[in-house]
Each structure stands twice: as C-alpha cells, then as structure tokens.
Design a binder for this molecule. Structure first.
Ligand SMILES: NC(=O)c1ccc[n+]([C@@H]2O[C@H](COP(=O)([O-])OP(=O)(O)OC[C@H]3O[C@@H](n4cnc5c(N)ncnc54)[C@H](OP(=O)(O)O)[C@@H]3O)[C@@H](O)[C@H]2O)c1
Length: 439
C-alpha cells in the first residue's frame, strides 16, 4: 500500500454544489486516507467574487479568484468543476487540461456545448475527463454502460433524466391538477437547481442526454441540434386519456442504435402501463437499458440534489487519485467518436397516438382515417367519444398507429386540421416502441 503520497486537487466554484462538496469532503477525507494510505488534499478553490461572504466552515486561505494560481501549480493533478456556463470558465479549463490536470465536471452547460473539443483536448494531453456528475444526480449510468456492461452491445437507453419534469408529471397525474398548479407548489420550487423553463422545456434533459450520448456511445451531437420537447404543453386531459387507453405520460430521453444511424431525442411519451419505467415517480430518475447479453436492465436513483451529485464527484476523485498513485492510465476511457449520423426527427418511424377534437357526426372516423391512409399511415385502432367537457355535438377521435413516419404524420395532421369538422388543435404523442417493452 502506498504511503506518504499526497495527491492535490483544486475545486472550481464554491456555490451550492461546491460548498456542499467541501462540507462532505471535510467530514469523510480521513476515512479515505485510512482506507487508501495516501492523502488527497484540497489545495485551492477558485471563486469569482472574492468580496462575497463564505460559510464559516470554509478555510479562507484556500480561496483564489486567479485561475493562474491553479494552472501554474504543478502539484495540482485534478480539478473539480462546480461552476456554471461556458465562458469564461471554458478558457480556464482548456488551460488546465493543457497543463495536464484531470477534470471531474458537474458543469452541464459547458460539457453539453463543448464535449467534442474538451474530449479531443483531453486525449491529446492524456488526461481523463469524468463527466458523470454533470448529469445532475447520483446514478452511475456512464460507468454502468462503459464498465459493467462492457461485454454487451447496448441497443437502447431510455432515460427519465429530468427529476423536475418527472415530479410535475407525477403530481399532475396523481392529484389531477394542471401543470401551472404544480409549479406553484413549495416542493417544486426547492427541487429545480434554478427552477426555470430549462428544467421542464426539455433543454435540461437534452443537455444531459447529449453528454451521455457522447460519453457512452461516442455520438457527437451538440444539445442544441437534437430534438427536445418538454412537458409544458402536456395537460391533465392528455394524462386522463392516456390512462384510459392504458398508458402513462413520461418525459423520456431516448438513445437507440440502428445499423446506419442513432436516434437521440427527448419528448413526452406514452408509456404502456406495465412498463417498469412507469414505476419511477416524483423527482427520481432512471435508465432502462436493453443489451444483447443481459437483456433488460434498469437503474434508478435521485435525479437531482447536491448530495447525490457529490456522491459521484467523490467517487471520481478517489478513482483518479488511485490511478495517479498507481500510474494506471488507459486513455481510451474518453469518448472515441462514432461517425454514424443522428436520425433527424422528421425521418423517425414510430408508433403514435393522435387526438382530434371534432364535430360528433356519422362518418367522421372514416373520413379522418382515409386521410391518414393517403399519407401511407396504417391505423392500428380508432375510437370516438363525446367528451363531457366539450360543447354539445362535439367529441374526440383517438387514433393509434404503428410504424408511421413522422414526416408523413405532420403532413396528414396539417391536412386534417383544415377540415371544417375540426374544432380545436390536434394533439399527438409518440408511443414507446414495442421493442422497448418488456418481453
Ligand atoms: N446544485 C446542484 O444540485 C447541481 C447538481 C449537478 C450539477 N450542477 C451543476 O454544477 C454547477 C454549479 O451549480 P450550483 O448550483 O452550485 O451554482 P451556484 O450556486 O451558482 O455556484 C456557482 C459557483 O461557481 C463560481 N463561478 C462561476 N463562474 C466562475 C468563474 N468564471 N470563475 C470562478 N468561479 C466561478 C461562483 O463563484 P462566486 O461564488 O464567487 O460567485 C459560484 O461559487 C452548474 O453547472 C450546475 O449545472 C449543480
């Protein structure tokens, strides 16, 4: 067992996450020293505003607002990024990587936008980047895919990656209240890091899935270029009808590999009631993975929270320190890029549910289904009802279809929405593919 060795690291940022890390690290570092026999020392903390008052438990002698104090310190081998945003921190991190420092990052925005550049730079300078804490929870999904399932071919990963969105959908469904009413509750205000449209409009999940896609599959996609739709347009009427037809609505992040391309997308999805991912309620996150050898596998855990994120940061810190002590480096760990393209959403073939509010007249279903037929869309079932909350002589036509092309669906909906019998906006949801259901 190595003794008398000290591995030095620096913390970038001392906000909610950074100071949470500091506190847990102070409490636990001696235990890690006892177990490992080497010392892991926090040498410096980078902050932006030296004039801010810091919590009393922080050792103020570690603070600096000058990144060069860390960049030029050759003893510091590891940096933990708990700042936010892209610039100016990207320029700082770039210099740190070039000076040979390994990176553990919780900075989701930066990794989602610059993963390609950071990975390539990291490979060039033979350093590790550990992006898992940026996914915003404690679930070790990247390491599960890269290490535990290394002998498997991963065919799909279906994730609930936004704890805030899952909380909102769960409460809309269980309490039969609107999206806006859930947003007013005290608990939801506490859940979001900074509760904003980013949390529930899909871009939070899009950032996370772009990092996961890069780290675990080598898919090179900027989160701004992938299809991401949030939950703000989901109503409790949608949830009620979904339940009547045997589904729940979940905000799913989907990565699926095909021979010629990848699907990477985020959107509200109808999930068959018996599917295990429907068991994930409130702020919990989960990943439902399909592989060739293991079959189906699901991991779940807290999707938001400082302690949950610090669980991964500390794991990565200990892992990197051990690698440095034992000079155990295998740089292939960073993404190597897969050149297969990501399928544009318009080219997607999926199952869909479409709800068409229309006049309640004989022959309506036939008229609507014949239009879908013209656009090469096969209907698997069609139902009509007279909704109680709609004006007299009006109702809904509900259509289910398999293997429809999204482009054709949009064209058919555009055509149908111009018919005289349509009385309100037509809504559609993608349905979780049969191949992702439990066999
Ligand atoms: N909070 C969570 O539960 C959580 C979970 C997972 C991931 N994350 C990610 O972790 C990051 C931090 O989140 P947070 O909630 O802790 O945010 P926060 O409370 O706003 O803290 C940000 C910290 O970064 C420092 N900072 C920002 N820009 C800097 C710069 N250019 N140079 C030096 N320091 C800089 C700030 O310094 P000053 O204090 O001097 O202003 C502050 O201490 C974000 O990227 C977030 O997405 C957060």
């Amino acid at each position: 067992m190595p003794t008398n060795q000290t591995i030095h690291f620096a913390l970038l940022g001392l906000g909610k996450l950074g100071s949470g890390f500091y506190k847990v690290w102070q409490q636990r570092k001696d235990k890690f020293f006892e177990k490992s026999g080497y010392n892991i020392n926090l040498k410096k903390i980078l902050i932006k505003h030296p004039e801010f008052t810091r919590p009393s438990f922080i050792d103020k002698s570690l603070l600096t607002d000058n990144p060069m104090d860390i960049i030029n310190d050759e003893q510091i081998n590891i940096i933990i990024d708990t700042t936010g945003g892209i610039e100016p921190i990207f320029s700082v991190i770039r210099q740190m990587i070039c000076s040979g420092k390994h990176l553990i990052s919780a900075n989701r925005m930066l990794l989602a936008a610059k993963m390609h550049e950071i990975s390539n730079l990291a490979n060039k300078h033979k350093i590790y980047i550990m992006p898992e804490p940026s996914l915003g929870g404690g679930i070790p999904i990247i390491s599960t895919l890269q290490k535990d399932l290394i002998s498997n071919k991963i065919t799909s990963v279906i994730g609930i990656m936004s704890g805030t969105s899952n909380y909102i959908l769960t409460h809309m469904s269980e309490k039969n209240i609107s999206f806006e009413d859930v947003l007013k509750t005290k608990k939801i205000q506490k859940l979001g890091e900074t509760l904003s449209f980013v949390d529930y409009e899909g871009s939070d999940a899009a950032q996370k899935i772009s990092i996961l896609a890069a780290a675990a599959f080598g898919i090179d996609i900027n989160f701004l270029h992938l299809y991401a739709e949030g939950i703000s347009k989901v109503t409790h009427v949608d949830i009620k009808y979904a339940a009547e037809f045997g589904y729940e609505i979940k905000l799913l992040a989907i990565i699926r590999e095909h021979p010629g391309n990848f699907e990477v997308r985020v959107h509200p999805t109808l999930v068959p009631k018996h599917h295990p991912i429907n068991a994930i309620k409130s702020e919990y996150n989960a990943y439902y993975i399909k592989t060739d050898l293991l079959g189906e596998y699901m991991i779940l855990g807290k999707g938001v929270g400082i302690d949950a994120t610090n669980s991964l940061i500390i794991r990565d810190l200990l892992g990197l320190a051990e690698k440095i002590v034992y000079s155990d480096f295998n740089i292939d760990f960073n993404p190597t890029w897969n050149l297969k393209p990501v399928l544009p959403i318009q080219e997607l073939e999926s199952s869909y549910y479409v709800r068409i509010p229309c006049s309640d007249k004989p022959g309506v279903i036939g008229k609507i289904t014949s239009i879908f037929g013209r656009y090469n869309i096969n209907i698997s079932s069609a139902h009509a009802d007279t909704a109680k909350d709609m004006p007299i002589h009006t109702g809904n036509v509900h259509i289910f279809m398999n293997n429809a092309c999204e482009k054709n669906l949009h064209r058919a909906i555009k055509y149908i929405s111009k018919l005289d019998l349509i009385i309100n906006d037509i809504k559609f949801f993608r349905i979780l593919e049969m191949e992702d259901e439990v066999s």
